[in-house]
Design a protein around this ligand. Structure first.
Ligand SMILES: Cc1cc2nc3c(=O)[nH]c(=O)nc-3n(C[C@H](O)[C@H](O)[C@H](O)COP(=O)(O)OP(=O)(O)OC[C@H]3O[C@@H](n4cnc5c(N)ncnc54)[C@H](O)[C@@H]3O)c2cc1C
Length: 458
């Protein structure tokens, strides 16, 4: 009854999350546990345009669901389970309360755990991971309200003390539902980076966020040539998908530098799991940039590479794509800069996997007035000089902005590489929730352990 009324008038909550994905799952599991333990009540509203875990299930683009996840699923919504560092003794209680939300518990309930371990815990598919996230979101209910609809605009409430989102697609476009939150979290990878290409060949150019069913435009029975532009995870994901979807196609990956695989020993993993272990924030910008470049952006997963090693249909070329224009007949000409300068080569299709742009997505949600207000408080964002760091604080918030605006996906460089991906969802939730939970948990947030900056190897 109450929920039905809320559906009519919208909600007001402590936290408003756009997108019921991985980050929303981690945050709602933690809020659920904190409320169950009696430290609340805290309230969270999640608005999702498609379905829970939409990015991973294979029904909504970006992945067919069959591609392998590049992290082990035991890095689940609570990982790394060191909440003591943020919340002292209560942190241990919270981590214990999270155990029913683990990947292990999920697999045990499905009867798949023992077989998976016996097979030496192989990578899982995006789809499996999405189903796990959906299971978490379904169970984490204490204080959490879910709404279906596309957030079409973000603004500040008239008093300026909280955020307000407008939700389209609820029947009456003139009367969108509005939700308010004392803090706002924007999730998702963003939209594809601009790629210089002629509009006349738009139907021959795909992007990393193109829906997988759009690739049906590639003929199944012909030996087409496809160029995949990009040296990172989404290029590899597109390669794996196309290899299975169009086995007759020849696939060439263009990488701006010599292609590299991701370094993934305990040395790198500990930085993803908890950047404080290496005093991340005190490292100079170049050192942090180099780490992200070597371990996250622009590198390929070793396990996935193994699956295409020696495959005659796949090849790698070092060259930075500069433009795609109309080619001979129906094809395209891909111009790229390599050792011999700029050359053009014919392809039938091109896939732009040059990266995601989270700020472009935010630009689409914030009107000009709000963007100006945000930039007055937080400094230049959209037109900032290239190579400048985006000011993201410890709570993965835009520094200077009040009410708090959390954009964890932008925090990789400032706060640690795991916050831009799935590398440390439990810590991500603790960081985002720190300002909210801290006072209620006896001021433990931001305690000595949280501030610890020593360099440890464990
Ligand atoms: C194909 C692919 C593979 C990846 N593989 C890995 C991997 O193996 N390991 C890894 O660590 N990282 C991986 N990543 C990176 C991953 O996307 C990020 O980690 C991401 O930030 C995941 O968490 P999230 O909650 O932010 O986003 P998501 O899980 O993508 O959730 C965002 C949600 O927001 C919804 N949404 C978007 N716009 C709106 C709107 N306007 N209104 C309402 N809802 C909206 C979407 O439908 C979606 O459900 C991958 C990314 C892609 C695209």
């Amino acid at each position: 009854m109450e929920e039905a009324a809320a559906h009519k008038r919208g909600t007001e909550s402590d936290l408003l999350i756009v997108g019921a994905g991985a980050k929303a799952a981690a945050i709602s599991a933690k809020i659920h546990v904190v409320n169950r333990l009696g430290y609340g009540p805290f309230s969270v509203t999640i608005v999702e345009k498609t379905e829970p875990a939409a990015s991973w299930l294979g029904r909504n683009g970006m992945t067919s669901g069959e591609e392998p996840l590049a992290i082990p699923p035991i890095k689940d919504v609570g990982f790394p389970y060191r909440s003591r560092r943020q919340f002292g003794d209560v942190g241990d209680e919270i981590d214990a309360g999270l155990l029913p939300f683990t990947w292990q518990r999920y697999a045990v309930e499905r009867g798949t755990y023992a077989a998976w371990v016996n097979r030496e815990s192989p990578p899982v598919r995006h789809r499996d991971y999405g189903e796990y996230l959906g299971w978490v979101l379904e169970r984490a209910r204490e204080g959490i309200a879910h709404f279906h609809g596309r957030v079409s605009g973000v603004g500040l409430a008239p008093q300026g003390d909280c955020w307000e989102v407008e939700v389209a697609e609820r029947g009456d476009p003139a009367d969108p539902l509005r939700h308010r939150g004392r803090a706002l979290i924007l999730t998702g990878p963003g939209v594809h980076r601009e790629f210089p290409s002629d509009p006349s060949i738009a139907d021959r150019v795909f992007h990393c966020d193109s829906r997988r069913d759009e690739f049906a435009r590639v003929p199944a029975q012909e030996e087409v040539e496809i160029a995949i532009v990009g040296g990172g995870e989404s290029a590899l994901s597109a390669l794996v998908f196309l290899r299975a979807f169009r086995p007759r196609a020849r696939l060439t990956v263009f990488t701006p530098t010599l292609p590299l695989s991701r370094g993934e020993s305990f040395l790198e993993n500990r930085v993803f799991a908890d950047p404080d272990d290496v005093g991340w924030e005190r490292l100079d910008l170049q050192t942090r940039r180099d780490f992200v470049k070597h371990c996250d952006r622009g590198v390929f997963d070793v396990g996935v590479l193994a699956s295409i090693a020696g495959d005659g249909q796949c090849s790698f070329v070092t060259g930075r794509a500069v433009h795609v224009g109309a080619g001979e007949g129906a094809g395209v000409a891909l111009e790229y800069e390599g050792a011999d300068g700029v050359v053009a080569e014919p392809y039938d299709f091109v896939v732009n996997c040059t990266g995601f742009d989270l700020l472009a997505q935010v630009r689409g949600l914030f009107d000009e007035q709000l963007r100006a207000a945000v930039e007055r408080l937080a400094g230049p964002l959209w037109d900032r000089p290239p190579q400048t760091e985006i000011p993201i604080g410890r709570a993965l918030e835009l520094v200077g902005m009040e009410p708090r605006l959390h954009i964890p996906g932008l925090g990789g460089l400032s706060q640690g590489p795991g916050f831009a991906n799935l590398g440390s969802l439990g810590l991500l939730a603790n960081r985002v929730l720190g300002p909210l939970l801290g006072p209620a948990l006896g001021g433990a947030a931001g305690s000595a352990s949280e501030q610890r900056k020593s360099v440890l190897i464990d």
